[in-house]
Write a protein that binds this ligand. Sequence first.
Ligand code: PLP
Length: 428
Amino acid sequence: MNPTMDKYQDYVITSFLKSMPPIVVQKAQGAVLTDTVGRDYIDCFAGLAVANTGHCHPAVIAAAHDQLEKFVHCCSYLYYNQPIADLAEKMAQITPGRLKKTFFANSGAEAVEGALKLAKLYTGKQEVIALQCGFHGRTLGSLSITGNSSRKRRGGPYAPGVSFAPLPNRYRSRSVTSEDCARSLQEIIRFCTSGDVGAFIAEPVLGEGGIIVPPFDYFARVKEVLDRHNILFIADEVQSGFGRTGTMFAIEHYGVEPDIMVTAKAIAAGLPLGALTTRDEIAAAFQPGDHFSTFGGNPVCCAAALANIRVIEQENLCDKAAQSGKYILGRLEALKRQFPSIGDVRGLGLMIGIEMVAGDDLKPAPAQAERIRESCLKKGVLVGVGGVDGNVIRIQPPLVISREQIDFALQAISESVEELASQETARA
Ligand code: PLP
């Protein structure tokens, strides 16, 4: 242990990982984290899909610094200020179709809560449908619509009025089509709810669920059902937004305009900010006194976010993510053909998953995923692990990651998978 880890042990409540990787971060730049003993790591998780423009992009730091020197806080819902106004205008420009007005909060979960409340107020309807395997945050409301018991464990009881719909999973249920899922949604509305459904919420690409990319006709089919029942579509782009999947927002791959879009994570490159963006008439459902956040739309975070979005545009990071993602997926496909412990590789842009399995029945292998994460760490590469069964290695690096850094990371992953296979053979 070292003194920082000791202090964590004594004073910090860490309730996410069983044991945190033994590194103490000293600095971060681009796609590289450096620890306090001077060791560099290629960061293929980007602080959980946050540092899309890279750690400490100079333009983002300068914008935050500039605003810090002017004023840190005034409460953006009490007094007018320029950074939130400029960022809201930018959000209207980059979000799909008629989405125009934004409420800023501090985190993804908080923005999700706001979106649910707004949908209820606008539609006057109480119930919500979410997706099986979906994840929306760790507050009571956002957990209530999370379709994954591993994340909900020990936190119930949850809010009533929530039903869960299936989604096509091309690896785990090959024969289930978008059409089947749209039909299930229709049946869920009819048989599992009181009919009083105001919103359907979904991640366009599921992150925590294990990097699940629904087929490209899925959301259009779902939207047809929602429109027939006057149900709003809330797209949760908290993890998939801001260039991560090769377009500014993942829903663009599906050609569907959501009614409300929720964003956070990569919006301000690591400064805490969440947002819900919607059409004029839906936004108008919030009457004075209905919604508020003390820190929401903080001027420093908003100034950083605006600079951050400009970097995504100016450095063509959407295209870069698409190209890097294709390259990584190609290399991982080749690895999969060599090693049966890799059941599936999938993804969109730089939101990539490697699903680890065991045996002929493709049983999820979470311990193997964990061992690969540990092995990559020793080789100087940080990857994530997730999925409903904890068996998906997640590769979600900063979009600025270079080809050389990608090759270094892929080498570490290949060697780790190979070592794991030899250990398994030796054990058998
Ligand atoms: N929605 C999605 C899709 C997420 O992936 C997350 C976090 O991982 C959240 C919401 C919650 O965001 P936050 O952790 O900022 O509350």
